[in-house]
Design a protein around this ligand. Structure first.
Ligand code: G16
Length: 545
């Protein structure tokens, strides 16, 4: 049987529902799990082609991250652990939407366009989150890989960033680390121990952190990692999946959007807490003060903490490296103001989606990128890493320079540079707070967020909304941006934008203003405008209580 006959035969076991059309979104395909079997099989085929083309290992992660339990999705991972190249997103859409009888034609079209040598070996790593649908969907991916004669390695239950990490390790012949979950814990935890070993200001109380695992894969992995760090970091784990539902009233997305603590978590006043999302690629910190007020430290505050730390170390090490922070339109106005005017770092704004931020961050010696929702990491250029390493190894450098260079070196080792990683980010943040002897309250006061609100509006077809200028302006439907501009003028220090979500079937609305009442009112007014101009579905949005 030829490869293509095998694909035909196997694909009939993963049939596409006639007429179903799916869009490749912010981070791959994402919808109700019952519509995804054929997509997974076909992404197995595509990953095999990508592996042949790049002559490297590729990965496929089965997850719908922050979405509800009944959804699922797929993320494709390129050789260096980054999100798949944009042109291949187009091929993914082409394959996912080809009707059953047209699948081979669509597949051959990709092979021709990319001039793929079909006799080249292919290897695909596969991982999955804890959703009940993930096991059979991961099997569909594996079926797709084997139908095209590719080799696969099934990592089973892993966080998304762990799978990204494995791919990078594999394709760099171990230079980045060992391509095992144990190797990942060893590298990160060793770096954490090295970073914090001289943090004399750190009391036992400060070594404690409460973690909301969103009832997902992150909880399992924190448990696995704990034994590596018993003395150095005391973790109390909540929402570990033993009772609650994945992402339901918990997890990073819930906490960020609702601006309140997750359910299922015991919080004492002043205690440092964090939440992961459903596949552990995002993290958010928070605490409640003695008056019961909730304080959120989101991706913007995390980026500020990390870039301040790095800037200080670069100064102490006398290293002249260009550092930039990459954000999206969701970045709180206060954070951008602080970064540009007080910290005097370069700030870039890209479209939502870590793939966009990641590429922008690659333009600098050190690129710190974070979405407000807590998805982010730090990238070091090869040259920057080399300079830091040379300095750390140079026996004649003075003490302060050497100490700073060693801290920078371990900072590089603690960071998962492939993608945002809740576990790695958590360890880095904990290390920075320990080294600086800084409390979560002190971190929170670096700048004050402008009050803000995020809302969702359901419309009949969210593609009606098109945006420009890194999603800060709506270019369609006609009149929408003008209406938003008029509403914004009614409030002080206000800003608002709308964009179609790439992971849920809704339009997102963001508003910030001088007071919470003002931000809430503006978000509601803009939601109503979207509802009216873009074909709202169901009841009109109601004002916030
Ligand atoms: C994904 C992307 C993020 C993005 C988020 C929300 O996160 O990786 O970059 O911010 O979706 O996207 P949207 O607003 O388009 O729905 P995750 O953690 O769900 O994979």
């Amino acid at each position: 049987m030829t490869q293509f006959e095998e694909v035909s035969k196997q694909s009939s076991l993963h049939p596409k529902p006639v007429g179903l059309v799916l869009q490749y979104g912010t981070a791959g395909f994402r919808t109700n799990a019952k519509h995804l079997d054929h997509v997974m099989f076909r992404m197995g085929l595509l990953a095999t082609l990508r592996s042949k083309k790049t002559e490297a290992t590729i990965a496929v992660m089965v997850t719908a991250s922050h979405n509800p339990e009944e959804d699922n999705g797929v993320k494709l991972i390129d050789p260096m652990g980054e999100m798949v190249a944009l042109t291949w997103e187009g091929y993914a859409t082409q394959l996912a939407n080809a009707e059953q009888d047209d699948l081979l034609t669509a597949l051959k079209d990709v092979i021709k366009k990319e001039a793929i040598n079909m006799s080249q070996e292919a290897t695909v790593f596969v991982g999955k989150d804890t959703r009940s649908s993930s096991a059979s969907l991961a099997q569909a991916v594996l079926d797709g890989v084997s139908a095209l004669g590719g080799h696969s390695k099934d990592y089973g239950l892993v966080t998304t960033p762990q799978l990204h990490y494995m791919v990078r390790c594999q394709n760099t012949q171990g230079k980045y680390g060992e391509a095992t979950v144990e190797g990942y814990y060893n590298k990160l935890c060793q770096a954490f121990i090295q970073l914090t070993k001289n943090a004399s200001n750190c009391t036992d109380d400060q070594k404690h952190l409460s973690v909301d695992g969103a009832n997902g894969i992150g909880a399992l992995k924190v448990r696995e990692m704990e034994s590596h760090l018993k003395k150095e970091l005391h973790l109390s784990l909540f929402n570990d999946g033993s009772e609650g539902k994945l992402n339901h009233q918990c997890g990073a997305d819930f906490v960020k959007v609702q601006q309140k603590p997750p359910t299922g978590m015991k919080m004492n006043p002043g205690e440092r807490c964090c939440s992961f999302d459903g596949d552990a690629d995002r993290i958010i910190y928070y605490f409640t003060d003695s008056d019961g007020k909730f304080h959120l430290l989101d991706g913007d505050k995390i980026a500020t903490l990390i870039s301040t730390f790095l800037k200080e170390l670069l100064k102490q090490a006398h290293l002249d490296l260009k550092i930039a922070v990459v954000q999206t339109a969701y970045a709180n106005g206060s954070s951008t103001h602080y970064l540009e005017n007080t910290m005097k770092v370069i700030v870039r704004c890209t479209k939502t989606g870590v793939k966009h931020l990641h590429h922008a961050a690659q333009d600098y010696d050190i690129g710190v990128y974070f979405e407000s929702n807590g998805h982010g990491t730090v990238l070091f250029s090869g040259e920057a890493e080399e300079k830091i390493q040379q300095l750390a190894e140079n026996a004649s450098t003075d003490d302060e320079t050497k100490r700073a260079a060693l801290l920078l070196q371990n900072t590089i080792n603690i960071i998962n540079q492939t993608v945002g990683d809740a576990i790695s980010d958590m360890l880095l943040i904990e290390a920075i707070l320990a080294i600086k002897g800084m409390t979560v309250q002190q971190w929170d006061t670096i700048y004050s967020d402008l009050p803000n609100r995020q809302l969702k509006v359901k419309v009949s077809d969210r593609r009606m909304i098109d945006t420009a200028d890194a999603e800060r302006r709506a270019v369609s439907p006609a009149g929408l941006q003008e209406a938003i501009d008029t509403l914004v003028k009614k409030h002080r220090q206000a800003r608002s934008f709308v964009r179609p979500s790439g992971t849920e079937d809704i339009v997102r609305v963001y508003a910030e203003a001088e007071t919470q009442e003002s931000a809430d009112a503006l978000a509601h007014e803009v939601s109503l405008t979207v509802y009216r101009l873009a074909g709202g579905v169901g009841d009109e949005p109601k004002p916030l209580q």
